[in-house]
Design a protein around this ligand. Structure first.
Ligand SMILES: Nc1nc2c(c(=O)[nH]1)N[C@H]1C(S)=C(S)[C@@H](COP(=O)(O)OP(=O)(O)OC[C@H]3O[C@@H](n4cnc5c(=O)[nH]c(N)nc54)[C@H](O)[C@@H]3O)O[C@H]1N2
Ligand SMILES: Nc1nc2c(c(=O)[nH]1)N[C@H]1C(S)=C(S)[C@@H](COP(=O)(O)OP(=O)(O)OC[C@H]3O[C@@H](n4cnc5c(=O)[nH]c(N)nc54)[C@H](O)[C@@H]3O)O[C@H]1N2
Ligand SMILES: [Mo]
Length: 700
């Protein structure tokens, strides 16, 4: 496991390498040299099926000549690097899985080629249990590429070279084909910023949150002459950036079509929900716009099946085995056959009984000479250096229970219970050096922007590197759109931004008061307050921090909750405490609790009463105490989201002997028995059960 920070995935690994940010190329260059020195190369494969080994090896030796040099470049212990090399060398069945820790870098292409070089040189590709394996992120990332959904591709995996352009033009009878690549995402938004692009149609992405320099990108959207968004939701940061036309798109579960997984298998996606309101499939919307622009014949579809047949026909057009993506066998499916289609792996060439289930074991690469190219990478280095002012590297990524910009997972109370606040995680020594403490707040700043985040201190972080999740936006938090801070440096080939290595400054952000609010309908939090919005049963919750005194919050409460409800209040001015609860017909419909930061009110008991269908008199009297009347212990932070099992409950089961390992936890509490994504955390809790005062796990 190679990652600057020790993640939950690392818990399962035999060897964990806390690589210095961006230095994977040095590690795999060192490995290539080691494989050469130990005669681990497969010369037969190299000679028959590859070119470029000598150049790649010479460069690899320049970048990382030996174990010691590799360890130094990667910030690793020599013994660990030696062990990694030995493991790779002596294990025939090696799959190297990589995702955004490798790709999202200004040298991401070099990182990937340095990995692929090691597999090509050992012939470990295309055979069972071997190969470089790019874990694509989006559920249908493969399908997106097949239909040409990238700025540097034509449909059906064709490229912007003259033969391909000509072929696609002939197939579609299109006289005015584009002759060069389009702008990739970051460059496209920079062109909007410069006023060079005047019209934009955003479909199924939320760039005002997810792009580097997101704040500037959002502002650029407002300058467009025409700004259209196709969305599932009425409000997100991109829509709110000034969309003039909002098209209601069908969401997952409502859609009809196909998706492709990482083993090139195309599966039917069938809707199981009716289209709500005016919503239409994205394909229907595109087709109607095409027709109304005067291209009725070109957009002559009335079903997903019709589009799929044309897609399949293009993949086979003038192919004759020269292009890997060929699903010609599916070009003549009837509507009924399409509806009943079983998952099918490509290539599925017309007239061929079964396609190749594996590529490349015997070479046959899709290059003009059918040989793979080993490529010499550039010397690795993150694109921007740290400085005295910006002395830490900001790494950004995902947490277990949220998806991207939270437009859908953010609606789930169960998922929101796991990590309800945007945070920045850092090593204890870095925290001490910047006068920060666990549970406090920090302002993280780069030349591009700033966020205010909850501090999580953790040994899992590498020193000098801090981590923040990408999920929060202006919809869900006061100041946590992490893209605002991220630098826009991109890889020259892939266009991927370096989203995991921006130099940043960090300083404490102090709040005298903390608290929470609960309401059945969305509320606007007062300007100046720090807040994080969380889905809860029956409504919405906000975790709050502020420097405004409780009497000012009392004024806010009046504006927030109106006058229809029956209001109970508790005011303790000397202690700096204000609590209010709103009731309608025996139900708790709203609450606002604010108190001194060092004795901040917890919301667990009040949230439980808010989520109850009705509450009794005793409970009603106890609401303002903030404590549960039924003596329930605080379950602690949620570990298993499927069954809502908290850390304290799991620890209690281990302490009492009710469970001694992960399986017994599953039997006793059900935790970990459904989706299994909390299993690494459960293992960690079991293995940590040494002292009694371990901190609850904070990150997924
Ligand atoms: N729960 C959840 N799952 C998701 C998603 C989600 O939003 N939520 N999104 C999906 C999508 S679209 C994608 S693309 C995938 C992404 O999946 P991953 O790539 O696994 O996710 P990330 O959290 O972006 O980053 C991966 C790791 O790279 C590490 N890293 C940072 N810098 C470096 C480096 O220089 N070298 C190395 N070796 N590692 C580094 C980070 O510390 C982080 O732990 O996840 C998919 N799955
Ligand atoms: N700093 C930093 N930035 C990153 C990353 C990182 O690790 N660090 N990761 C990057 C990666 S790998 C990714 S994939 C992106 C993700 O970033 P985005 O793609 O911007 O994030 P999503 O929240 O997935 O946005 C999808 C939007 O489409 C809507 N939607 C969902 N389904 C449909 C549909 O069927 N049709 C239509 N029309 N709309 C739909 C959703 O409501 C949502 O608003 O973020 C990237 N940005
Ligand atoms: Mo992604």
């Amino acid at each position: 496991m190679i990652d600057p920070r020790r993640t939950a995935t690392a818990e399962d690994s035999d060897l964990f390498l806390s690589v210095a940010p961006g230095m994977d190329t040095a590690l795999f260059c060192g490995l290539l040299g080691y494989l050469a020195d130990t005669l681990a190369f497969d010369f037969q494969y190299i000679d028959a099926h590859t070119t470029g080994l000598i150049d790649a090896l010479v460069r690899a030796r320049e970048i990382a000549p030996d174990v010691a040099a590799t360890a130094k470049a990667c910030g690793l212990a020599e013994a660990d690097v030696a062990r990694f090399f030995e493991l790779f060398c002596t294990t025939q069945n090696v799959v190297t899985c990589f995702s955004q820790g490798v790709n999202q870098s200004a040298q991401g292409t070099d990182k990937v080629t340095s990995i692929i070089n090691c597999h090509l040189a050992t012939g470990r590709i295309g055979k069972p249990g071997m190969g470089p394996f790019s874990l694509t992120g989006q559920p249908n990332a493969m399908g997106g590429r097949e239909v040409g959904g990238l700025a540097n591709q034509l449909a059906a995996h064709m490229n912007f070279n003259e033969p391909d352009i000509g072929r696609v033009g002939r197939f579609w009878n299109a006289p005015v084909m584009a002759h060069r690549e389009g702008l990739k995402a970051v460059q496209m938004f920079e062109a909007i910023e410069r006023g060079e692009i005047k019209a934009l149609w955003v479909m199924a992405t939320n760039p005002a949150v997810s792009l580097p320099r997101a704040g500037a990108m959002r502002d650029a959207l407002a300058q467009l002459d025409l700004f259209v968004v196709s969305e599932n939701v009425l409000s997100n940061d991109t829509v709110n950036a000034g969309a003039q036309i909002l098209l209601p798109a069908a969401a997952w579960g409502e859609k009809d079509g196909t998706v492709t997984n990482s083993e090139r298998r195309i599966s039917r996606q069938r809707p199981f929900l009716p289209l709500p309101g005016e919503a239409k499939s994205d394909w229907w919307i595109v087709k109607e716009v095409g027709r109304r622009m005067g291209f009725a014949a070109a957009f002559n579809f009335d079903s997903a099946a019709g589009i799929f047949r044309e897609h399949a026909a293009l993949s086979a057009f003038e192919n004759n085995g020269t292009r890997d993506f060929d699903i010609g066998a599916l070009a003549a499916l009837t509507d009924d056959e399409f509806n009943a289609l079983d998952p099918v792996q490509w290539p599925a060439r017309a007239g061929q009984a079964k396609g190749d289930s594996r590529f490349f074991a015997e070479g046959g690469f899709f290059t003009p000479d059918r040989k793979a190219r080993l490529i010499a990478p550039d010397k690795p280095a993150p694109s921007a250096k740290v400085s005295q002012e910006f002395s830490l590297r900001l790494n950004t990524g995902r947490v277990r229970d949220q998806w991207h910009t939270m437009t859908r997972t953010g609606l789930s109370p169960r998922l929101g219970a796991h990590l309800p606040e945007p945070f920045v995680e850092m090593h204890p020594k870095d925290a001490a050096r910047h006068a920060l403490h666990d549970g406090g707040f920090a302002r993280v700043r780069s030349p591009h922007g700033a966020c205010v985040l909850k501090v999580v201190v953790s040994e899992s972080q590498r020193r000098g590197s801090i981590f923040s999740p990408i999920h929060w936006s202006d919809e869900t938090a006061s100041s946590a759109r992490i893209g605002d801070i991220v630098a826009p440096a991109t890889d020259p080939y892939s266009g991927q931004p370096e989203s995991k290595a921006t130099p940043v400054a960090i300083e404490p952000a102090a709040f005298a008061f903390r608290g929470f609010a609960l309401a059945q309908t969305p509320l606007a939090m007062p300007a100046g307050a720090w807040w994080s919005r969380v889905a809860v049963g029956n409504g919405t919750g906000w975790l709050l921090a502020s420097n405004e005194t409780p009497d000012i919050w009392r004024e806010y409460a009046k504006a927030m909750f109106g006058t229809d409800a029956e209001i109970a209040e508790y005011i303790d001015t000397p202690r700096g405490s204000y609590r209010m609860a709103a009731f309608v017909e025996g139900r708790l419909v709203g609450a606002l609790f604010v108190g001194p930061a060092d004795a901040a009110p917890h919301w667990d008991a009040v949230k439980a009463l808010f989520e109850a269908e009705s509450i009794g008199d005793a409970q009603r009297r106890a609401v303002l105490s903030g404590k549960s009347t039924d003596g329930l212990a605080d379950p602690g932070p949620v570990v298993c989201a499927c069954f809502g099992v908290g850390f304290n409950v799991i620890r209690a089961a281990l302490d009492s002997g009710a469970a001694a390992n992960v399986e017994e936890i599953g039997k006793a509490l059900r935790a970990g028995t459904n989706c299994g994504s909390c299993l690494p955390e459960l293992k960690k809790i079991v293995s940590q059960k040494v002292g009694n005062n371990e901190r609850a796990p904070q990150t997924a």
